[in-house]
Design a protein around this ligand. Structure first.
Ligand code: ASP
Length: 326
């Protein structure tokens, strides 16, 4: 029987890191080809094509680079790949997965993975995560699920996954929803059917700037007041609790929302923003009245990605509909 075709792109991150000299910190050095060559089992699972597209810590990835990775991934599907896998740093995985998910229009799976332990560390999790990602990518049940993150034996949907621990092996979780699937004895087991997806066209513009500002106790509003003058095209506020800010921030938001989109998310790390409960100055009802939109379950960082993409394809008028779906 012919093996399915998988394409793997390596971008860098801890999965590719090791120390150049004893006692030095780890840096991205290991190519995708080397990562894959260590996975004997993969040879019986799929016919693999691998490219090292970057060796970067994931904090230094940017939207332009991600668009070029997306175009590489689209080409792999055109060439007949059953699925595509991207290995990258875990620090920004919750953002890159959302970015790709809004733009991924194929039924074939796009799977993102990485590692919490560097390649030269005892018990490195990179090889196991990469093998699991390949198992998910070839599974028939993975079709139509968009972009997913596979880490630590769990499969997470792009719209839910968060990095919720800085260093632990179980750094990734999907608050509220839990993982969408698991790897059980090397088999892919989905716990829920696929959810409907919203796919956007490629952005025609990439120079837009979207700020993300966290509300904090007794914070002044100077930066917020100057966002428009600073040239920002939109802002996401990581608000207190259910999406709240102070009375002084509420006044600043009213001014800003008259010119650019303002989205209020929750800084709590889990749960939805409110839309109709509180009425004090700085509450969600007050902010909605002042022109802001509530992010629902979408976390601040994912809301920023959505706004960047919508502004980039001149569809910011649809922001409310996209957020209502969350
Ligand atoms: N600690 C990160 C990682 O897990 C570094 C990065 O994101 O590149 O890969």
């Amino acid at each position: 029987m012919e093996l399915p075709k998988l394409s793997i792109a390596a971008l860098g991150g801890t999965v590719s890191m090791q120390a150049r000299n004893a006692g030095e910190g780890v840096v991205p050095t290991v190519s995708g080809e080397t990562l894959v060559s260590a996975l004997e089992e993969l040879k019986t699972l799929a016919k693999v094509r691998i490219e090292t597209l970057g060796l970067l810590p994931s904090a230094s990835l940017d939207f332009e680079f991600l668009l070029s990775v997306l175009s590489w991934a689209n080409f792999q599907i055109k060439q007949g790949a059953t699925g595509v896998i991207i290995t990258q740093g875990t620090d920004t995985l919750e953002e890159t997965s959302t970015f790709f998910d809004y733009l991924w229009r194929h039924p074939e799976p796009l799977i993102l993975t990485g590692a919490m332990r560097s390649a030269d560390q005892a018990g490195a999790d990179g090889p196991a995560n990469l093998l699991d990602a390949c198992r998910v990518a070839v599974a028939d049940d993975s079709r139509g699920r968009g972009v997913q993150v596979v880490m630590n034996g769990q499969i997470h949907s792009a719209n839910a996954v968060r990095k919720t621990d800085s260093l632990a092996l179980h750094a990734f979780s999907s608050p509220i929803t839990s993982p969408v699937g698991l790897l059980v004895e090397a088999c892919v087991r989905y716990l829920r059917p696929p959810s409907p997806r919203n796919v956007l066209p490629l952005p025609q513009v990439t120079s837009q700037r979207i700020a993300l500002v966290e509300a904090t106790l007794s914070a002044d509003s100077a930066w917020l007041e100057n966002l428009v003058a600073l040239g920002y095209d939109g802002v996401v506020i990581a608000g207190f609790g259910a999406g709240h800010v102070s009375a002084s921030w509420a006044r600043a938001i009213e001014q800003v929302a008259a010119t650019i989109p303002v989205v209020i998310a929750t800084r709590t790390g889990s749960g939805s923003t409110a839309r109709s409960s509180y009425g004090f100055s700085g509450s969600e009802l007050d902010l909605i009245g002042k022109g802001a939109l509530m992010a629902g379950f979408l976390c601040p960082r994912k809301a920023r990605i959505l706004l960047w993409l919508l502004v980039g394809c001149q569809r910011q008028d649809e922001l409310a509909d996209f957020l209502a779906a969350d």
